[in-house]
Design a protein around this ligand. Structure first.
Ligand code: TXA
Ligand code: MG
Length: 300
């Protein structure tokens, strides 16, 4: 692990495991390191990155975290919840990380290896998912190596959650959901004791990076299909038995953990894919969000 921290200290980038997906990690306070992340990922620089920290004390060195919010966030941290907070006047975070915004997205990941790196490194780490921009996110070292064969990647096994973190905007007075993910909207509404508005990606003026086409496998997807047509493969769920299944027992947590792995597998099959319907509640909301973007033909 110390080798990886030394690479980060030298301003280089590494692949790190988290509970959601693997990250392409660099020192969030080092402009050159952050520029390398955008560069090798092919990511547009207007799309800001998430900053990873080991605990909320570190957040308080660069962002404004209200104590009322903090006590609620402790229910989910470490874990798959990212929050967007106002930056402090003097913060030290590279402006490339935030794409020049006056807010920053932060989270405390729940994986012992990345937490050990963060504690030893002692600085915030910027990390987008470790895939080429627009492609399917990686949930294993093998997936990361497919995109970046020469990148040093710390092996933390297969990601337990398998879907990116939920992004909650706490920069205003009321929380807004910017991206569904590993923590369900229902769990957040219960913890915050209020209804939480879902901001559609097209309305997000402060996150221009929520491009609709994303997570794209190399084959076309047709969603909400009960059965395959023509030479389609069928990706099933629950009752809908397919060539592959996200979860035979209809379990959304299992389906979330399997989703990107299945998208990587079908990408290699060179056949169009029909995907069975997934209930749009709990983690199903995040699964459907990723499937819609994966099936989307237009960038924008
Ligand atoms: O689970 C995760 O969140 C993974 C792991 C590696 O931590 N990371 C991840 O990063 O999904 P990425 O770069 O693929 O997605 C970051 C998202 C983008 O949609 C970006 O627009 C949004 O976070 N974001 C970052 N900073 C923001 C800000 N200040 N305001 C609004 N959205 C922001
Ligand atoms: Mg990503």
């Amino acid at each position: 692990m110390i080798d990886y921290v030394n690479i980060l200290r030298a301003g280089e980038i590494v692949g790190l495991p988290t509970e959601t997906v693997y990250g392409l990690a660099g020192d969030a306070t080092n402009d050159q390191a952050v520029a390398k992340i955008f560069n090798i990922k092919g990511r547009p620089t207007f799309n800001p990155l998430i900053v990873h920290v080991p605990d909320s004390h570190m957040i308080e060195t660069f962002a404004v975290l209200k104590s009322t919010f903090e006590s609620i966030l402790q229910l989910f941290w470490p874990g798959p919840l990212t929050v967007v907070l106002p930056l402090q006047a003097s913060h030290g975070i590279s402006p490339l990380v935030t794409a020049g915004l006056d807010t920053v997205a932060v989270r405390i990941p729940n994986h012992p290896k990345v937490l050990a790196c963060l504690n030893t490194f002692g600085r915030p780490i910027a990390a987008p998912s470790a895939n080429i921009s627009g492609k399917v996110s990686p949930t294993s070292v093998a997936h990361v190596k497919k995109y970046f064969p020469d990148l040093p990647v710390l092996d933390g096994g297969v990601c337990a959650v398998g879907l990116e973190s939920t992004i909650l905007d706490l920069s205003g007075d009321t929380p807004k959901l910017l991206r569904p993910g590993g923590i369900s909207l229902e769990a957040l509404e219960e913890a915050f004791g209020q209804k939480i508005t879902i901001t559609q990606s097209s309305d997000i003026i402060n996150a221009p990076g929520q491009l609709s086409k994303h997570y794209a496998p190399d084959v076309p997807l047709r969603l909400n299909a009960q059965e395959a047509e023509g030479d389609e493969l069928l990706l099933g769920f629950g009752e809908v038995r397919g060539d592959y299944t996200l979860s035979r027992g209809g379990d959304l947590q299992e389906a979330a953990a399997n989703l990107f792995h299945m998208l990587h597998i079908i990408s290699g099959q060179k056949r169009p894919v029909a995907v069975s319907p997934i209930p749009d509640t709990g983690l199903g909301r995040a699964i459907n969000d990723r499937l819609r973007r994966a099936a989307c033909k237009e960038e924008g």
